[in-house]
Design a protein around this ligand. Structure first.
Ligand SMILES: Cc1cc2nc3c(=O)[nH]c(=O)nc-3n(C[C@H](O)[C@H](O)[C@H](O)COP(=O)(O)OP(=O)(O)OC[C@H]3O[C@@H](n4cnc5c(N)ncnc54)[C@H](O)[C@@H]3O)c2cc1C
Length: 491
């Protein structure tokens, strides 16, 4: 194995997504030399970031406060935007609620306190911002920023990666594409002093003073999904990058890093059976199938297996994705009648669908035993109600005595034609990862920092449990990436 002694890099950053590039810029700002290793070719750089809308959630004082970040927002546009301040308490309450209180308090406090300063710092690094409601504002409708999401990166996730990469180039940071970190090297006292890297030609060692792992989760690794998240998950379609295969988790744990967080948890969703096996930026956003609240979902045996109406799809789609993957072949069929059809999400328009006037005909088309499917439908309709769907209200129309129940929108499925869509589970990203301290240092099993080793972004465990908070993933990646770069540069 070759030792790449020259040029010497003070800091090696693994990955070239949001967290990594923030780490690289923060380190370089302190005058040290930095190299970024990216496993993917340049065209696929940035892991899951390009798949996102680029939303960042941070503490702010409302639209007046944000105008300094949106220099081209006109007075007229600003006047039409309703945007309440988003306080530290709001952020704390939202993150605590979605994670059922399991999120690590120290990391949460750092994330919240550093959210706005990090946005200001990113702006100074060359990141431009946009506002979700700008389009509404332009056409004249008052708009409300949903759910406290502050701003989005200009041209969303792809724009974010472009801006950060340009800033890195300007700062003199080298990005080596198609170069995969396959291990960490240590000195005799256990301090991390570089990586083993692999490119198309050879495997070699690169030496450094510190290594920052920002190479994403393990969602694109079928074996790790099956092992950690559970049986069925090896079948999941990957909504984002094919390159996030848990390499950083494994390399760090091989030298004693402490795993933490909900390793059996992940963000997922019901997804079209014809979705590509791994993310395709052109279509990923069109693939989720979340109108299941307005019908029933059955498995390949023709049986219901889940309460489709437990809550709004926004609250239940992760657990629905999980429930589907527990079924035979990880497949389910969503069935609707003509009353539900007008309410289905527009993206169902791109799906292969089955249509029939009777349940027997439908069963033949979808390849499910007709008698079982008819019995399932009869049992459901017996308990269900007459009426219309009101998808934006929890209507409380539930089944009385059905297993599993349907708690809302239990309206009879009896107005042909019946329509069916085949779905499976898609994984967005994983929750389990490495334990870090508030300086982004990776900790060992005794909670002591492993010298020279840092982590940021999706590879960090202990932030999301049970569910994730919209637009907080990019924010925590940037906060802990920046902290990692600053701290590592001081070594
Ligand atoms: C469809 C979709 C929608 C999402 N929506 C949102 C959203 O709205 N808001 C939000 O906050 N989050 C969202 N997320 C999650 C968000 O994408 C992640 O939280 C974020 O991208 C994680 O950033 P990161 O920098 O840690 O990793 P990534 O951005 O995934 O980058 C990891 C990088 O490491 C590289 N890499 C992997 N292994 C190696 C290796 N061995 N050597 C070198 N390089 C390696 C990868 O190629 C990649 O470039 C979404 C994800 C998906 C898939």
């Amino acid at each position: 194995m070759t030792d790449l002694q020259q040029p010497y890099f003070d800091i090696i950053v693994v990955g070239a997504g949001n967290a990594a590039l923030c780490a690289a810029l923060a380190a370089r700002e302190r005058g040290v030399s930095v190299v970024v290793l990216e496993k993917a070719p340049a065209s696929e750089q940035g892991g899951n970031c390009p798949y996102t809308g680029g939303g960042f959630r941070f503490v702010h004082n409302g639209i007046g406060d944000l105008r300094s970040l949106l220099p081209d927002l006109t007075d007229d546009e600003a006047g039409r935007i309703e945007m309440a301040p988003y306080t530290s308490d709001d952020f704390r309450n939202h993150l605590t609620t979605v994670t059922h209180g399991d999120t690590r308090t120290d990391l949460m406090n750092t994330l919240i306190a550093q959210s706005r300063p990090t946005i200001d710092w990113m702006t100074a690094q060359g990141v431009r911002w946009d506002i979700y409601s700008r389009l509404n504002a332009i056409v004249g409708a008052p708009s409300v920023i949903p759910n406290g999401v502050g701003l989005t990166a200009w041209e969303s996730g792809p724009g974010l990666i472009n801006m950060l990469t340009t800033s890195c180039r300007r700062a003199g940071i080298s990005v080596l594409y198609e170069t995969e970190m396959s291990g960490l090297t240590q000195d005799d006292s256990g301090v991390v002093v570089g990586v083993v890297a692999r490119d198309n030609d050879e495997t070699y060692r690169i030496r450094s003073k510190a290594v920052i792992l920002a190479c994403g989760g393990f969602e694109a690794n079928a074996e790790m999904r099956g092992k950690h998240i559970g049986p069925g998950w090896e079948l999941a379609k990957v909504r984002g990058s094919r390159h996030n295969t848990g390499d950083g988790h494994r390399a760090a744990m091989a030298i004693g890093a402490q795993p933490i967080g909900q390793w059996d948890g992940c963000h997922g969703t019901p997804i079209d059976i014809d979705a590509p096996a791994t993310g395709d930026i052109q279509v990923t956003d069109q693939m989720p199938r979340r109108s299941y609240t307005l019908g029933i979902s059955v498995n390949l045996k023709g049986k219901r297996f889940v309460d489709e109406g437990e809550g709004f799809a926004e609250q239940t789609f992760v657990s629905m994705g999980q429930a589907i993957l527990r079924q035979e072949n990880g497949i389910a069929i969503q069935i609707f009648d003509s009353k539900a059809r007008p309410h289905l999400e527009g993206r169902y328009g791109g799906s292969r669908k089955f249509e029939a006037d009777t349940i027997t005909q439908l069963a033949e088309q979808i390849g499910v035993d007709a008698a079982t499917l008819a019995a399932t439908m009869d049992a459901y309709n017996e308990q269900a109600h007459e009426g219309e769907y009101h998808p934006r209200e929890l209507d409380g129309r539930s089944t009385n005595n059905l297993k599993p129940p349907k708690s809302n929108w239990a309206i009879r499925i009896d107005k042909p034609p019946l329509t069916a869509f085949t779905v499976t589970g898609g994984i967005t990203y994983t929750y389990g990862g490495l334990k870090i301290d508030t300086n982004s240092r990776v900790l060992d099993s005794g909670d002591l920092p492993i010298g020279g080793l840092y982590a940021a972004g999706e590879i960090v465990g202990g932030i999301f449990y049970h569910n994730s908070l919209r637009a907080a993933g990019l924010m925590h990646g940037a906060v802990f990436g920046k902290i990692a770069g600053e701290h590592a540069a001081r070594i």
